[in-house]
Design a protein around this ligand. Structure first.
Ligand code: NAD
Length: 236
C-alpha cells in the first residue's frame, strides 16, 4: 500500500481505468462475478444491436430499470477518492467502462466514457444524440422528434467504440507513468487491451479488485479488496 502511495506522489501523469466494480458499493450490480447481472440475464437478449432490432421494448424495459437504480444510487468513497486524485495530480485522466456517470457526479471532470452513458439517447433514424436524465421514460420504446425510435447511448456487444473516444483513451494511457486499474474483470475488449498497451508504453500498473483477473499477471502490484475501501487509503 505504501509503495503505491509513493508512486502516486512521484508520478506526474496518472490514469485510472475503471469498471463496474467501482460502482458495486453504490449498489449497482457488476456484469460478471457472483451477483453479476449476466447470471440473471443473457447479454444476447439485452445488450446487442440484434436484440434491439428484435424487441426494442424489452431492451428499453431493462435500461429503464437500470436507469432507475442508477438514479437512486450515490457515488461512493472510491469515486470520491479518484475525483480527489484528479485535483492533486499534475496530469490525470479517468477512463471508464461504466455508463452510470457516478464519476462525474463525484466531481471527476476529465472522464472518458468508453462505453457511452446511460443518460444519453440516440435516434436510430436521424442520428440525433441528446442527454435525457428522466429516471422513468414513457412510452417505451421512446420516440425521437423525427418519429424514429430512440436507443440508449451505450456501446453494445459487437459494436465499435467511438473513434475519438478511443483515441483519447489510448493517448492518455500511452503517456501515463502510473495506471490504476479498478474494479474491472478485464475481459471485455477492446477496453481490456488498454492495460497491456500502457504497460508496454512504460507505465506502472496497479490493480485494485476483490478478485484475481487477467491483469493480475502483468500488474506491478495487485491490491485485493473493495475499491471504496482501498482508494481512499491511497489518496488520503
Ligand atoms: P465486470 O462485471 O465484468 O467486472 C467487475 C469486476 O469488478 C470484477 O473483476 C469484480 O471482481 C470486480 N469487483 C466487484 N466488486 C468490487 C469492488 N467492490 N471493488 C473492486 N472490484 C470489485 O465489469 P467490467 O469489467 O466493467 O465489464 C465491462 C462491462 O460492464 C462494460 O461494458 C460496462 O459498460 C459494463 N457495466 C457497467 C456498469 C456501470 O455503469 N456501473 C455496471 C455493470 C456493467
Amino acid at each position: 500500500m505504501q509503495q503505491v502511495r509513493d508512486w502516486l506522489c512521484a508520478s506526474s501523469r496518472i490514469c485510472a481505468l475503471t469498471g463496474a466494480g467501482i460502482s458495486a458499493e453504490s449498489g449497482i450490480s457488476t456484469f460478471r462475478g457472483a451477483s453479476g447481472l449476466w447470471r440473471q440475464f443473457r447479454s444476447e437478449d439485452l445488450a446487442t444491436p440484434a436484440a434491439f432490432a428484435r424487441d426494442p421494448r424489452l431492451v428499453w424495459e431493462w435500461y429503464d430499470w437500470r436507469r432507475g437504480l442508477i438514479a437512486a444510487a450515490q457515488p461512493n468513497a472510491g469515486h470520491e477518492a479518484l475525483a480527489h486524485l484528479e485535483g492533486a495530480a499534475p496530469e490525470f485522466a479517468l477512463i471508464t467502462q461504466n455508463v452510470d456517470c457516478l464519476h462525474r457526479r463525484a466531481g471527476s471532470r476529465s472522464v472518458v466514457e468508453l462505453h457511452g452513458s446511460i443518460w444519453t439517447v440516440i435516434c436510430t433514424t436521424c442520428g440525433e444524440k441528446r442527454h435525457d436524465d428522466r429516471a422513468a421514460i414513457r412510452p417505451l420504446p421512446p420516440l425521437c422528434r423525427c418519429g424514429g425510435t430512440l436507443r440508449p447511448g451505450v456501446v453494445w456487444f459487437g459494436e465499435p467504440l467511438d473513434n475519438a473516444v478511443w483515441r483519447q483513451a489510448q493517448t492518455a494511457l500511452g503517456r501515463a507513468e502510473l495506471v490504476l486499474v479498478v474494479g474491472t474483470s478485464s475481459v471485455v475488449y477492446p477496453a481490456a487491451g488498454l492495460i497491456p498497451y500502457a504497460k508496454q508504453a512504460g507505465a506502472r500498473v496497479v490493480e485494485i479488485n476483490v478478485e484475481e483477473t487477467p491483469v493480475s499477471r502483468i500488474a506491478d502490484i495487485s491490491l485485493r479488496g473493495p475499491a471504496a475501501e482501498i482508494l481512499p487509503l491511497l489518496v488520503s
